[in-house]
Structure formats: structure tokens, C-alpha cells
Design a protein. Sequence first.
Length: 493
Amino acid sequence: MRRVQVKVLLARIEENAKRRLALPLGRKPTEELARYRAFLKEESARLRIQHRAGGGGLEICQARAAMMDLLIRSIFTGVQQAHPAPGTALRLSLVAYGGYGRGELNPHSDIDLMFLYAGGAGRAADALLAEWSSGVLYTLWDIGLKVGHSVRTLEDCLKVANGDMQTKTQLLEARLITGDDKLVLELKKMFDARCVRGHENEYIKQRLEDQASRRARFGNSAAMQEPHIKSGCGGLRDFQNLLWMAYFKLGYRSTAALQQHGQISVRERKQLDEAHDFLLRTRNELHYTAGSAVDVLTAPLKAAVASGLGYSERSLRLRVEHFMRDYYTHTRNIYLITRTLEQRMALVPTPERGLLSMWGRRARPTATQDLDGFKIVGSQLTAPSRSIFREDSNRLIRGFLYAQQRGLTLHPDLAQTLRQLVQEGRVDRAFLRNPGVHATFLEILGQRGNVAPTLRAMHEVGFLGKLIPEFGRMTNLVQHEYYHQYAVEDRKS
């Protein structure tokens, strides 16, 4: 969906909200539930039509979040008018967090809402807070919305955030819906000072542990036959996890900022953004098809989802295979790019802490060893610059041999460089016809008992599919049957 279309869509929703949501004089929100239900039904139908017409995943989600903002503001205004409190000093903000806070609200996603208030205003203010918050919540529940909520002061937020990583992440994405805007600005300022600074490495460690646990539950492969769109490997949570970690470690909140500061290439940013939008669009369609907040692409749902997304092959099997191949391409891109950046952020000390390690001790310099233009740093193989591959393109494959022979892993920066060089076309016909390349590959295959990890590393940067075109054609290939758990390329037997 083009940006101009998004603006037109939002303008229509706002226009309808002004016409539909204004309460008659003297009426309470609890007396106008039919009005709110009608608005919700009408705008939800509008978004579904826009989605089926080809609307982008992110744009539809953002439009739904904007629609909810309008609804909640109207209800809150109605509750305030029904329970006026002249002279009561209550500073209150209604704050969105979670997916709603970041503007990624899928059709059947929960609405996470926080009533943020300045404490210490007295009993009258506390009573008013209870009246207003219950008035908003019961109205939302009565019109059929799933709402998670909390009622907190500034100090409550900071205390809970520093004791719970998930709450800290939610507050990172807190966004004002209506109310006291200065209160939210105070929260953001205090959050950065007391929950981010000095907690960077701790947060990175917790996020990586959470990710490992999540992947163990939902499958450690970006090519599961029945993938979990939100929590699976290469899914939406991996994309979000990258940006959360990037904010704590580097201060960047978007893929645009990561690209601008040289953390990812233009191509990688495009791949991440396209994958993110594709997954949101797929999740939108899955919610519409199932009629509920379903996140697993099960076999019975795939055909309907593929059709809803516009895949039009006459053969149902080919339609599903085309859709799932696109799906795996996007999840694989998210997985590989985010893994490289996650590893780098876990390795590099936070700038503010200089050479101090995560536990406060002074880091000892790691011994390095030169090897054919590469460097061995600890247990990792790295390259000082891309120029070593211009000097000798055969290093593209020799690096894998060196890592295999010495039991090394590729440094995240080297893996990213190799992936970029492959995508730039450096593994061309001239390279593939080079006898030295063939000899090195045969040497890799001759290392009995240590071949599979090396081939997987070559596959993950896209090198193996170029070296063996038949394997490249199997990348992200899915067979529409029930006997395998993974896509063809990812099977271990």
C-alpha cells in the first residue's frame, strides 16, 4: 500500500470517528455500547477489505492501532464527562504498550493499556482514578475487546521494569493515547536514566536467554512445516528482539537507523523490512481466516491463507508451496541477519562502560593470530576488511576451510561480509570455474566427521547454493505433505 493510500485510509477512519463516536449530551459510555460496537464493526470491515485489496501488513496494523486510539479517546472523554471532578488534581495518561504501543495491532491481537498517574494526590484523586479506569475498561470489555491493563505510578513502572525483563520491554514501547503528555515524557526520561543506562549488557543477556528458550519451544529452524509466525525462528519476535537489543546497546530504534550507522547494508535493511511486512500481512490473513488470534500456520489453514494473500496457482499444492517458499525466504532472512547482529551486540562492550566486561572486571586483550589475510581472535575467524577478498577471491571459500581445520566459528562481522559478497554477485562463473575453488571444496568435504557444520555455515551465508546450484534450488523448498517437520534444505536425514 502506498503511503498516500495510508493517509487516505486514516483520514476516512478519523472522519467516521467524528461522526459516529460523539455522544449525545448527557449520555454515558455504558449507555452507548451499540454506538461503539457499530464503529468497531464498520472500521474492522474497512480494514479487512483494504487488506484483501493488497494492503501492506504494517499499514493495516498501524491503521487498526490508530482506530483503537480514536475509540479509546472517545470513551475516555465520555467517562470524564460522566464523572467530572473539578478541583481534583489527578494527572493521568492512557498509555499503549506491547504490540499496540508499537502500532502493530493485528486483527485479533490483545490491547495492552496502562493507566499512568502521578501518585500522592490524595484520596479524592485515587477514587477518581478508580472511577475513570473502570469506566474505560468495562466499556472496552463490554464491546467485545480483549484488554490487558495495569494501573501504575512512575515509580511503580521503574521498579517493576528493573525486576522483570518483559515489563521493561513493554515500557520501551510505551506510547501516549490520551491524557497528560508531560507525564509520559517524564516516564521516558526516567526510564532511560534508570532502566536502560547501566543495564545494557544485562538486558542483552536476558533477551538472548529468552530467545534461546523460545526457539527451543517453537523449533530451532526458520523452515518449520507448521511455523509459529510470532515466536518461531525468524518470526516477528526475532525482528522485534533485534530492535529492542539495538536500542539498549546502540541507541537505535529502527532498521533505518541501523543502516544509517553501518550496522546493516541497504540490501539487508530492505530484506528485513520486506520480511517484517510480509509476516505482519500473513498474520493479518491468518487472524481473518481463523477468526481468532491464531499464530501457527497449520496444514489445514495454509491453503486458505495463501489464497487470501493473493496466490493464484490453479493447483492448490503449488499455491501452498509458492506461499511457503516466500514465507521461508523471509524468515530465513530475518534469522540470519538478526543472528549476526545479536552475536555482535553480545560480543561488543557497551560504549559507556569502555573496557569493562559485563561483570565489571577489566577485559583482558584477546590474542590474535594472522592467517592468510584473516585474523584468529579467540575462537573466531574474522577479516580486517573486505579488501582481502578483492586481493584474492579464493579466500571466500578458504575461510570456511580454515575455520573447519582449526575448530573456529565465523565472527558475526565476517559472516555478514560473506553474505553481502555473495549477494553482490562475487561468487560468479569465473569464481566457480577456478580449480583452486574446487580443490578447497573437496578438501572441506574430506574432513571426515566435521563436514556438516561447515556446510551449514556455507549455506547460511548463501555460499553453498551458489557453489552447488542444485542445492540452491532446494533452498526454502517445501513439500506439501505431512511426513516432514522441516523444509527440504533443513532436513538432517
